[in-house]
Structure formats: structure tokens, C-alpha cells
Design a protein around this ligand. Sequence first.
Ligand SMILES: Cc1cc2nc3c(=O)[nH]c(=O)nc-3n(C[C@H](O)[C@H](O)[C@H](O)COP(=O)(O)OP(=O)(O)OC[C@H]3O[C@@H](n4cnc5c(N)ncnc54)[C@H](O)[C@@H]3O)c2cc1C
Length: 294
Amino acid sequence: MKMKIYQDEPLLKHCSFKIGGNAEYVYYPETADELIGLIKKFNSEKQEYYVFGNASNVLFPDESLRKSVVFTTEMKDIRLVGNTIIAEAGVTLNTLSAFARDNVLTGLEFAYGIPGTVGGGVYMNAGAYGGQLSDIVINCRAIDSEGEICNLNATELRFGYRHSVLQEKKLILIDSTLNLKSGDKTTIIEQMDTYMSKRKGCQPLNFPSAGSVFKRPQNNYTGALIEKAGLKGMTVGGAMVSEKHAGFIINTGDATAKDVRELIDIIKARVFEQSGVMLECEVCIIENNKNRKL
Ligand SMILES: Cc1cc2nc3c(=O)[nH]c(=O)nc-3n(C[C@H](O)[C@H](O)[C@H](O)COP(=O)(O)OP(=O)(O)OC[C@H]3O[C@@H](n4cnc5c(N)ncnc54)[C@H](O)[C@@H]3O)c2cc1C
């Protein structure tokens, strides 16, 4: 099948926040070769580009993004080799954990319900309920800035809290190998159900968002700090600090990226005033001139 390419595509259709202007070009490669071909083309044409998975940890700008955008969500190959799973960048973490469950492998229960992909998950070292991808990822294939394939083992991936080497170097993940253990199917299912119920109980899943906006500070909880600063329910335009989980900013319907950025600035200032803690953004804020690390 021919790779899907869209011109002047509204990015709000493609992200969990439902915010964003258009992108000049949006590409959906289906294979590693197509992805590599695109990166080589961008490099040779000196075109700037972004690569995203499910865009569940991203705030796109309100105005048009003057870069090409690649979504990996059509790269969905997933294979079992013994107790390891090899999954392409666009495999969702839900599909991945369900695949592990169906093959009676334990170690991925925590990822059930994280609305990202393998690519975004490794980039962020996504985690929940005491687990994170770095516990099980043993190897990744990535494309370097020259468009060449490189292999990275767990040490080379330089995982940390919501961090991997992909953030340090401009590396694009192609696929990832995850090492799991044989488990008990009933226990795996129960664990996944428990985590999913916890999510539904404490996260505002009926509103568009990008999950927790801030990284968790050491020895503290972001939601508690924001609540203590009296910011629960605070709004700027259509952006609101969730009443259900103060670590989330939700889009109540017509939020703009500007609203969200303003609310983030207010939260950071008030929490610092109140608790002396400087919050750091987990959400990737995309702007035309820079990637804003707030
Ligand atoms: C309701 C909700 C709940 C959430 N719960 C959690 C949670 O429990 N734990 C958690 O950790 N996160 C959580 N998140 C945040 C988000 O789902 C994770 O960070 C996820 O791993 C992001 O994956 P993605 O595919 O959506 O990445 P994207 O948002 O598409 O991208 C995020 C970053 O990764 C980069 N990236 C994406 N794909 C690639 C690739 N192939 N190669 C190189 N770089 C790439 C992008 O350039 C971007 O900088 C939640 C989000 C929502 C909306």
C-alpha cells in the first residue's frame, strides 16, 4: 500500500489534547524502510521534521507548524521470539501489553492504559504503578541523524526517570526488543484490570489531555503540590487544572495552546511560591522556533 501523506493537516485531529494548527505535510510510513527513506529525504532537502507516535504527550502550537510531521502509528509489526517481544515504533502500549498477556508473559502489565506507542514510550521511558519501560527494554534499533540504522542496548539507551538517550541525540526509534518472563495468565489479567480501574478512578479520561503535565519532583507529588497551591479547577480560556487529578490540564472544549502554556506558567509560579518546588514539564511543548522546555 502507498504511504499516506496529507497536506495542511489539522494536528488537533491527531493528538490526545485536541489542540493545534495545521502541519504542512503529515506522513504515515508503514515500514522501517519507508521511515528511513523519509528521514534521508528530509536530510538531503535540509528539511526540518518531527516524529511522533500517538501524540499523547505533546502540545502542538496554535499556528501552522512549519515542519514536516511523521506519525509512526502505521508501523505496527509485533513479533514473539521466545520470551522476548520485538515491536515496531507505532505499536501502541495497549496492544503491546495485550500481546504479552495473550502469550502469558509478565512484565508489561503497568503499561496497559498508557495511551502512547513504543516509540514515544521509549523516548519518555514511560511508566506507571512502579514499572517503566527501562525494566524490560533490552535493545532498540534507531535511525541516526544521517539516516543510518544503529543498535542500542539497555546501557546505551541511558534510561532515567522519563528520560532516554533518544532525547539527547536526534535518534528515531524503529523498533524495540523487550525481555519478559513467563507468568500466570489469571494473575496478569487481574493486574492489568486493577491498573485500568485505578486509572479510571483517578484520571480525567473523559476530557482531552496529555496526561500528567509535569514530571514528579523528588520526594513529592505534583498533584498534591498543585492542589496545595489552590489551583485545582483553575482555568485559562478553555484549559483547566483537572478537578479529578490536579497534575492534569484538560481541554474543556476550546482550549488553545496559548491557554495551556499560560496555565502552565501560572502553576509553576504559584507552586514555587507556595512550596519552593520548581516543576518541570513532562509534556513536549512544540513551537515553531523551538521546543519549549518549561
Ligand atoms: C490520559 C493519559 C494518561 C497517561 N498516562 C501516562 C502514564 O501513566 N505514564 C506515562 O509515562 N505517561 C503517561 N501519559 C503520557 C504519554 O502517553 C506517554 O508519555 C507516552 O509514552 C507517549 O507516547 P506517544 O507515542 O504518544 O508519544 P508522542 O506524544 O507522540 O511523542 C512524545 C515524544 O516522543 C518522541 N517520539 C515519539 N515517537 C518517537 C520515535 N519513534 N522515535 C523517537 N522519538 C519519538 C516525540 O518526538 C516526542 O518528543 C499519559 C497520557 C495521557 C493522555
